[in-house]
Write a protein that binds this ligand. Structure first.
Ligand SMILES: Cc1cc2nc3c(=O)[nH]c(=O)nc-3n(C[C@H](O)[C@H](O)[C@H](O)COP(=O)(O)OP(=O)(O)OC[C@H]3O[C@@H](n4cnc5c(N)ncnc54)[C@H](O)[C@@H]3O)c2cc1C
Length: 396
């Protein structure tokens, strides 16, 4: 799919990582007139977390920093298929965050108010409306944790992850970027406190700016320049069932049950949860997580007990302590830009993050939308606490 080319000795921008973030950044750089760009990946294009995501798109976050950022990304997703001239299969089926306890309802109400104040379509609904949206849900949830309300976010939905990656990749290539799969970055070169390029088995490449868009491997890349990131890599798992007749048309998530569920247009039921509670770089899935996700999904949809699990997988998530991303330059290290901390929520952010990082490189100015997410916030104690709005967040 990607034209094979020799690797040049110099580019204006070298992006490490051909996942959705690296490719989105390359695409927007081209649109801003920066066309000497190489995207290098140690594996195949989009083979990291971007290949493993369940691709839920939503903007119903919690903080005054996070909501405008994700709201803008949702808006970009709405026009992305036309913009990239590639069908991204974006289905705005709506999103329900379920509440089973007084304290979770309190948190959801807070999000509903903040969302509305910041122009995001979200409101609280009760059991009657939940049943109208998802008729076959068991609101009693095995009589243990009945559903007593939900945060309803109508524009939320699901996109086809491969289509987004390929769409960005093709459009970036049309705009002049070179995409080089199977080209691992083994070292980052520096001179006088400035990053000057990268080393690969195909040779050394000089660059005006090096961008790390490596998600689960961000800390490994950062260590190449003696940078310690406040990021811990955890695996996140999900699985799908065989295709069933359509029975639900919304994505639902329950932080109390540590599970989220939706049905794809093909009929498969996608089931996922929070990250596994141990750090590792292994991308193997486990029977224990399959059992626990299935058990919680069955409490809401007992009839799924007869469905067969078709595939299960795991991907790496770069978790920050405040469940928010890290974007921008790094103090004292010219020529290096970081886009990381994408954890379990990064796919939905790729259009706006790519555009913002491209703008930062093209103009030298940090866009206002990403200002709160700089690495220095950890030193300055300006954390952005998005934890309560992360999917199935209560697991940790
Ligand atoms: C099971 C699962 C479900 C998820 N569900 C959702 C969801 O519903 N909604 C949502 O918004 N997000 C979700 N996420 C998170 C989302 O998938 C990620 O945040 C996002 O895909 C990160 O994209 P990326 O481009 O930054 O990283 P990646 O797609 O991981 O790309 C990073 C790339 O860097 C490359 N790389 C690493 N080291 C090197 C090196 N030394 N040299 C060259 N290349 C290198 C890797 O090969 C990889 O291709 C989910 C994640 C998982 C695992």
């Amino acid at each position: 799919m990607w034209e094979k080319r020799p690797l040049k000795g110099r580019y204006d921008v070298v992006i490490i990582g051909a996942g959705v973030h690296g490719l989105s950044t390359a695409y927007y750089l081209g649109r801003m007139g920066v066309d000497s760009v190489a995207v290098l990946d140690k594996g195949y294009v989009g083979g990291g977390a971007s290949a493993r995501t369940t691709a839920i798109i939503r903007a119903n976050y919690l903080t005054p920093q996070g909501v405008p950022f994700f709201r803008e990304s949702l808006k970009l997703y709405e026009g992305l298929a036309a913009e990239l001239d590639f069908n991204t299969l974006f289905s705005q089926m709506g999103r329900l965050d379920l509440g089973h306890t007084d304290s979770s309802i309190y948190g959801l109400r807070q999000r509903a108010e903040i969302n509305r104040l910041l122009g995001v379509d979200s409101r609280m609904v009760g059991p009657r409306e939940i049943r109208e949206l998802i008729p076959c849900i068991d609101l009693r949830v095995g009589k243990t944790l009945p559903i007593i309300g939900a945060l309803y976010h109508p524009p939320g939905g699901v996109v086809r992850h491969d289509a987004v990656v390929w769409g960005f990749g093709r459009a970036a290539a049309r705009g002049g970027a070179e995409i080089h799969p199977f080209t691992e970055v083994t070292a980052i070169t520096r001179s006088n406190g400035r990053v000057t390029g990268v080393e690969t088995p195909r040779g050394r490449v000089e660059a005006g700016t090096v961008v790390s868009a490596t998600a689960g491997w961000s800390s490994v890349i950062a260590r190449m320049i003696d940078l310690d990131l406040p990021i811990v890599t955890h695996p996140l798992q999900a699985f799908v069932t065989e295709p069933l007749k359509p029975f639900m048309h919304a994505t639902i998530s329950s932080a109390d049950l540590h599970v989220y569920v939706y049905q794809t247009d093909r009929g498969e039921v996608v089931i996922g949860g929070g990250v596994d509670p141990y750090p590792t770089y292994s991308q193997r899935s486990t029977l224990q997580t399959l059992e626990s996700l299935a058990a919680h999904a069955l409490e809401m949809f007992p009839f799924l007990g007869r469905a067969k699990a078709l595939r299960q997988w795991a991907g790496l998530c770069d978790m920050t302590p405040d469940y928010a991303p890290v974007m921008g330059r790094v103090d004292g290290l010219d020529g290096f830009v970081l886009t990381a901390g994408w954890g379990t929520w990064g796919f939905k952010a790729a259009p706006v993050a790519g555009r913002s990082i491209a703008e930062l490189i093209a103009t030298g100015r940090t866009p206002e939308l990403i200002e709160p997410f700089g690495l220095s916030r950890f030193r300055e104690g300006r954390l952005v606490n998005e934890r309560a709005a992360a999917p199935a967040a209560a697991i940790h």
